[in-house]
Design a protein around this ligand. Structure first.
Ligand code: SME
Length: 150
């Protein structure tokens, strides 16, 4: 069984070719969510897009039904948007203001998606296990999200 980094390494060119042939960003977000979800067996994998200067709105995802709107600066997603940087949460129950869309989620990573230097969306991944995400996820998920607007 390849380790996590090997799996990300082999996924990158596959995602690059999926995304480079399609200009529609929603279609590309949908396929990225599906590939990541299927490969790693996460609990919830998807995007929230910046709807206006106050809130995110649910975008393409895989997994259970989720909250549709998240205010700026709220929860892990709103924090990653506000700070314009990746947030890794080893135990969501300890994160102040965490928004529990599902009580089964125990750890989370949120990676901002940039267009011309501004955050236009976030990639949110939830795991049923604690301590799922680390700097390897952060590195490769940032590379993957950077393929969306280029
Ligand atoms: N837990 C997230 C909300 C989105 S769901 O996990 C799909 C948060 O705190 O921002």
């Amino acid at each position: 069984m390849p380790n996590k980094e090997e799996r990300y390494r082999s996924l990158l060119p596959q995602i690059e070719s999926l995304v480079s042939g399609e200009a529609d960003v929603i279609a590309n977000m949908a396929n990225i969510a599906a590939v990541l979800h299927d490969t790693f067996g996460f609990w919830w994998t998807g995007f929230y897009r910046v709807a206006n200067d106050r809130e995110l709105v649910l975008g393409p995802f895989q997994g259970p039904v989720a909250c549709t709107r998240i205010p700026f600066g709220r929860g892990v997603c709103g924090t990653a948007w506000k700070e314009a940087q990746t947030v890794i949460v080893p135990d969501v129950h300890l994160f102040p203001g965490h928004i529990a869309c599902s009580s089964a989620s125990n750890s989370e990573i949120v990676v901002p998606v940039f267009q011309d230097g501004a955050v236009v969306a976030v990639l949110d991944i939830d795991s049923k296990d604690f301590n799922t995400f680390d700097s390897i996820d952060s590195l490769y998920l940032s590379r993957i999200t950077s393929l969306l607007y280029h």
